[in-house]
Design a protein around this ligand. Structure first.
Ligand SMILES: [Zn+2]
Length: 252
């Protein structure tokens, strides 16, 4: 049995049996893993502190056929400020659903782990604009997953923005993964109009670090529409996104 140590962020924590918990973790070294922590709910559990969803932990586990067994765990950062505030929690719930939707299996991607950590940190450390963090997270995660949205030129004819969009509104085509000029609009049946201000807001979210994520309030809805359509179009496990079960994020 291979034993390994990693850092991980708890995506989901479900009670199991009398005293156990199943923990889904996004780990720094092994991607998405499902683990069981035995006896964790006993009062005198050797795990000590509680293992809440969104906590960042350092853990030791041995590999099993379906579930890995966690034998030691230490909470590095609990992110309780995110968990205990409904608006922050909702944004975090959306991010967790996007991680599940866009990460296909147990591929290790340290950059995904780091992005999630920094996004939770940004949620905890700001007083507003939680949805901006969620949108920036989804765009950056799409890029890490290999689905960079094309926002600088038409995905079909490849003409530059300035040249192609002279006076005409561009479109966003989720399945083609980017902007479509008015001439190419017919290339995608799912294309919808993309106001220039929304486009520039998206470009800024992609370019800036996640802690600086900011969307003007009046553009929020239109930016979120593009982001969720893009993620949904590229998510193999997209059903999670349709109905993200945020209840599983609440401490049980
Ligand atoms: Zn075009």
């Amino acid at each position: 049995m291979a034993v390994y140590r990693s850092k991980g962020i708890v995506l989901r924590s479900i009670r199991y049996g009398e005293a156990d918990r199943i923990l889904d973790l996004y780990t720094r070294d092994a991607g998405l893993v499902s683990t069981i922590a035995k006896g964790i709910r006993r009062t005198r559990s050797r795990f000590g502190g509680r293992l809440e969803p969104l906590s960042c932990v350092d853990f030791l586990a041995y590999e099993g056929r379906t579930l890995d067994t966690v034998t030691q765990v230490e909470v590095l950062r609990s992110f309780h400020g995110v968990r205990e505030d409904l608006k922050r929690l909702e944004a975090a719930g959306g991010m967790v659903a996007t991680v599940r939707a866009l990460s296909g299996g147990d591929e290790a991607d340290r950059r995904v782990f780091n992005l999630l950590y920094h996004a939770l940190d940004a949620l905890e450390n700001r007083d507003s604009g939680f949805e901006s963090v969620e949108a920036a997270f989804s765009l950056k995660l799409s890029t890490l997953a290999g689905y960079t949205p094309r926002l600088d030129a038409c995905v079909s004819c490849e003409r530059d923005l300035d040249e192609a969009f002279d006076g005409e509104l561009p479109y966003f085509a989720p399945n083609l993964g980017g902007v479509l000029c008015a001439d190419c609009r017919a290339a995608a049946s799912d294309a919808f109009p993309l106001p220039p201000e929304t486009l520039s807001s998206l470009q800024t979210l992609v370019a800036r670090p996640i802690r600086e994520a900011s969307i003007e309030e009046r553009l929020g809805e239109s930016v979120r529409r593009v982001v969720s359509a893009h993620v949904l179009a590229h998510a193999p496990g997209s059903t999670v996104l349709v109905a993200p079960d945020k209840r599983t994020l609440r401490p049980a």
